[in-house]
Design a protein around this ligand. Structure first.
Ligand code: DCT
Ligand code: MG
Length: 404
């Protein structure tokens, strides 16, 4: 979740989808009688976005554009493309003509130009330009390393570095502990986490946490809670119902994993939460929970083939029987659990829009800890995600419909 690589190479995604044509839709008006473009909300928290994306060739293109603007630290244009991508992901049909996007929000000129070009030419020249851009390609590689963000990439790029190999080879660079781990386990970390791996790690986390606190609630959040079957990390929320709070829990868990040889990297961040403080006004603010960004060693049941035994007998290098996996553990007080769950379930865009909706439409401030009503000057308590949506006057959106 920190500065980390994205799960799927957008370039690959883009190339793959370029080739497939969407099925011809003769009369979408007749097939979608309930669809009225002007009624589509500009906020993704008022839409349902499942993983069935009928407009992947457009949304992949927008995500490349957004990422390029992120690398250039142009937040406005970055958001414009992220919002457009998110909107098209929520459509129940494939866009095949400009008429299909008529009346929809979030379709600015830049966005429309790219849609038009993809409809007419099958691909966008602007997106192709970005994909071939030296700076974009270098930043894409650098930010795929755990612990490397835009700032570090900028520095390396200015030094003339262009690839991960060049960075690795440059022994004069001062790397953070996180980046060192990022390079050490690079291959494992860029290969995505599967659902099966997430389930295996989930068992380990639950068993360890419950050995110290039997009543603790451990929930998988992030993309896996939204029904994705791959991710770049596994996110967990841990809380203890009942009065007892245990500030030492996270340390106990980490210490045990260290003893068991399961911990490859860990950065514990102590809670910085101040009760009296209003929810943060920063739209993309990090929360104040005690948390840990870790890399776990997940042993994998090896396929039983004779080559492994032979290699041992012949004294050859042993086959690696584990994979490094990025795991985030977040500890929350029980009263804040629903807010933390909503925030950590994402998607990022869904969370952004929830906070923007709260601020602009309800004069409320939402973050991962609480919801504050500025008119009534009170905090609104919630014991479940449903209650938070209700406080905001929103229809409930299921986790698997939050893939905005
Ligand atoms: N989140 C948050 N505050 C942060 C970081 C993340 O509230 N400082 C939320 C937004 C999404 C969610 O936590 C999980 O973050 P990621 O793991 O980055 O996203 P993901 O949706 O799980 O995607 P991936 O499959 O790439 O892990
Ligand atoms: Mg995640």
């Amino acid at each position: 979740c920190m500065e980390a690589g994205r799960p799927v190479d957008s370039e690959m995604k883009y190339r793959l989808v370029e080739q497939c044509q969407s099925p011809p839709l003769s009369t979408p008006e007749l097939e979608m009688p309930a669809f009225i473009a002007t009624k589509v909300s500009q906020y993704s928290c008022q839409r349902k976005t499942t993983l069935d994306n009928y407009n992947k060739k457009f949304t992949d293109a927008f995500e490349v554009m957004a990422e390029n603007y992120e690398f250039k630290e142009n937040e406005i244009f970055c958001l414009e493309f992220l919002r457009a991508a998110s909107l098209l992901k929520s459509l129940p049909f494939s866009v095949t003509r400009m008429k299909d996007i008529q009346g929809l929000p979030c379709m600015g000129d830049q966005v429309r130009d790219i849609i038009e070009e993809i409809i007419e030419e099958g691909e966008s020249s602007r997106v192709k330009e970005v994909l071939n851009d030296e700076r974009y390609k270098a930043f894409k590689q650098f930010t795929s390393v755990f612990g490397v963000g835009v700032k570090t990439s900028e520095k390396w790029y200015r030094m003339g570095l262009r690839t991960v190999e060049e960075v690795k080879a440059d022994k004069t660079l001062k790397l953070s502990k996180m980046q060192k781990a990022g390079f050490l386990y690079y291959e494992d970390l860029v290969s995505c986490v599967s659902k099966a791996e997430a389930d295996a790690v989930s068992l380990i986390v639950k068993n360890t946490v419950c050995s110290f606190l039997p009543d603790a609630l451990v929930t998988i959040t992030g993309g896996f809670r939204r029904g994705k079957n791959i991710g770049h990390d596994i996110d967990f929320l841990i809380t203890n119902p009942g009065p007892r709070e245990d500030d030492e829990l996270l340390h106990k868990v980490i210490d045990l994993w260290k003893k068991q040889g399961l911990l490859l990297y860990c950065d514990i961040i102590e809670s910085t939460f101040v009760k009296e403080q209003l929810p943060s006004r920063k739209v993309d603010a990090m929360d104040h929970f005690q948390k840990c960004f870790a890399i776990l060693k997940l042993y994998q049941p090896r396929v039983d083939n004779s080559t492994c035994n032979t290699s041992k007998k012949l004294g050859m290098a042993e086959v690696k029987d584990w994979k490094a996996i990025r795991v985030d553990l977040v500890i929350t007080p029980f009263e804040q659990y629903a807010y933390a769950l909503l925030g950590w379930t994402g998607s990022r865009q869904f969370g952004r829009d929830l906070r923007r909706y709260a601020a602009h439409e309800r004069k409320m401030i939402l973050d991962n800890h609480a919801l504050y009503d500025r008119r009534k000057r009170i905090f609104l308590k919630s014991g479940s995600e449903e209650e938070i949506f209700a406080h905001l006057g929103l229809d409930y959106v299921q986790p698997w419909e939050r893939n905005a």
